[in-house]
Design a protein around this ligand. Sequence first.
Ligand code: SAH
Ligand code: SF4
Ligand code: F3S
Length: 469
Amino acid sequence: MRQEDRKETEIQIEYIKKAAALLSEKETEAGRKLRACVVTFGCQMNARDSEKLIGILEQVGYEITEDENADFVLYNTCTVRENANLKVYGRLGVLNGYKKKNPGMKIALCGCMMQEPQVVEKLRTSYRFVDLIFGTHNLYKFPELLVSVLSQEGTIIDIWDKTDRIVEDLPVKRKYSYKSGLNIMFGCDNFCTYCIVPYVRGRERSREPEDILAEAKSLAQDGCKELMLLGQNVNSYGKNLENAPSFAQLLEMVCNVEGIERVRFMTSHPKDLSDELIQVMKRNPKICRHLHLPLQSGSTEILRRMNRRYTKEQYLELALKIRREIPDLSITTDIIVGFPGETESDIEDTLDVIRQVRFDNAFTFIYSKRSGTPAASYEDQVSEEFISAQFDRVLKLVQETAREQAGKYEGLTMDALIEEVNESDPTLVTGRLSNNCLVHLPGDASLIGSIIPVFLRECKGFYYLGERK
Ligand code: SAH
Ligand code: SF4
Ligand code: F3S
């Protein structure tokens, strides 16, 4: 970590103490404990950021709750598709109702959506009850912003358009004791033409390998068995560092950390996936048998217009090579339907790739126009009727292949990391296999966090019923 970044951590820790003093005054005034709630929208990165935000709120002295009728409510937002934004506006109305009954309540917003100037403008003019707005680049300043919001009235807006800083070692409250996300890089430089992430998360910045390993060690000492290395494109890890290991080497280094039994990663861009990575995955049993390899489209022409920098044939060659090399690996993907200019013949190409690769699971999204991205100004936007018909075709095939794939392991015994007591049937626990499939088996809370062999008795479509071996 750079000297100036370390210094910033110390500064923010001082602010945590100040915020704690302010909060305790407010608690004395109110005559009760004050409660804070953080709601997370979007991806794994946001989930990890929320753990940091909750860690700070907890350290400041708030009682953490999932109830949004609280004294401090923070929405960590996503803007990857339009419906993510609409959800936030809808729920803000509900929060305003709570605030009318609890005037001391503070409402805060952060995350990707706040990096869009038109969003902040709308909030400033039409959602004036919001107390604090900050973005993705100054998340580490949260303690300082919290001090401001606790000591003054009026909306505080602090959005930066970029940062080159990586400030670490602030408090974190992990959601699960036995598994954790671990950021290896931030931002994205790929500029796929439909995607807003590079604009709201900034340029790609990798963390130093020593910092990543130190965090992995400390998580392991804290009881964590499974790590998920996080980045928008983990395969280009290290581009901005000197003498950095390749992603494949980094993966092995993390696997060697004592106490870490499983390592996953998310996400891989097909254009940068190396043979070295395939070989490392093949030989290292700690690396989970799961690869998320977003396809987006099977049509070379659409891929070109998406700026994905691979063709249908290149994707197929890569995916089929991985299937050959590691037959028990599950491959999942993301697909967008309705990109500008997409025709039925492009959809045929997508269906063809699904048939050939037989994805173990796929997230299918309807194209959402994001203002500021190149594709938003393409003139050949396609009609809603076309999209909904094609979306159904893609979804149907994806579900069929995924169901066939899931059945493959019926009758085998595999290791599962037990994650939780089953919500609908408390006599069962739910475990995750290395290939990311879920299995429900008889058991109780004492099994949570252990990795045990489970007999996969019956495949129920997308999960298994099993029993302990
Ligand atoms: N960095 C990851 C993706 C992050 S966004 C990667 O490149 O794989 C997660 C998924 O959201 C993408 O894979 C894409 O399928 C989808 N997505 C992104 N922008 C979208 C848009 N404008 N409309 C619909 N889906 C989108
Ligand atoms: Fe978006 Fe493409 Fe970057 Fe993924 S790689 S975050 S889809 S720009
Ligand atoms: Fe959404 Fe931001 Fe993640 S836009 S998908 S929360 S990086």
